[in-house]
Design a protein around this ligand. Structure first.
Ligand code: IDP
Ligand code: MG
Length: 141
């Protein structure tokens, strides 16, 4: 039976560092199925819209500049309990606090340039998936 879905991005720091393959390998090894994927460079406008919930936070401008600074890889993942299990797989926002073996512990540079995004609820996952992918770009197999 199909599991539920979450949304991730491999962020510009990890793309620049050549970690796309290693991160996707960790994701597959943890039992997630890739059901949509694309590489793109977000405009500042699109990055700002994606992170609009953080508009009032002191790091918002820095976040928008960073997320539009180079290509990202947007990915939809399927697994039972996808959102919660993926947040466990990526670890804490700050890599200094991320559990050993998590994607951020392995690949993140700093609290801002932290290698991957992970949706934090089923509702946000659905919104973020629709933000990046049409129905035709999402697969079941
Ligand atoms: P999350 O990505 O673990 O869900 P959020 O609190 O939702 O963390 O923050 C969104 C993103 O904003 C983080 O992944 C990180 O790139 C950036 N960010 C969060 N806190 C800071 C900070 O204190 N300084 C700079 N960037 C930050
Ligand atoms: Mg978040």
């Amino acid at each position: 039976m199909a599991g539920n879905r979450t949304f991730t991005m491999i962020k510009p720091d990890a793309v620049r560092a050549g970690h796309i393959g290693a991160i996707l390998e960790k994701i597959n090894a943890a039992g997630f199925k890739i059901v949509a994927m694309k590489m793109e460079q977000l405009s500042p406008q699109k990055a700002g819209d994606f992170y609009a919930v953080h508009r009032e936070r002191p790091f918002y401008q820095e976040l928008v500049e960073f997320m539009s600074s180079g290509p990202i890889v947007a990915v939809v993942l399927e697994k039972d309990n996808a959102v919660e299990d993926f947040r466990k797989l990526i670890g804490a926002t700050n890599p200094a606090e991320a559990a050993p073996g998590t994607i951020r512990a392995l690949f993140a540079k700093s609290i801002g340039e932290n290698a991957v995004h992970g949706a934090d609820s089923d509702e946000n996952a659905a919104r973020e998936i629709a933000f990046h992918f049409s129905q035709l770009e999402q697969f079941s197999y």
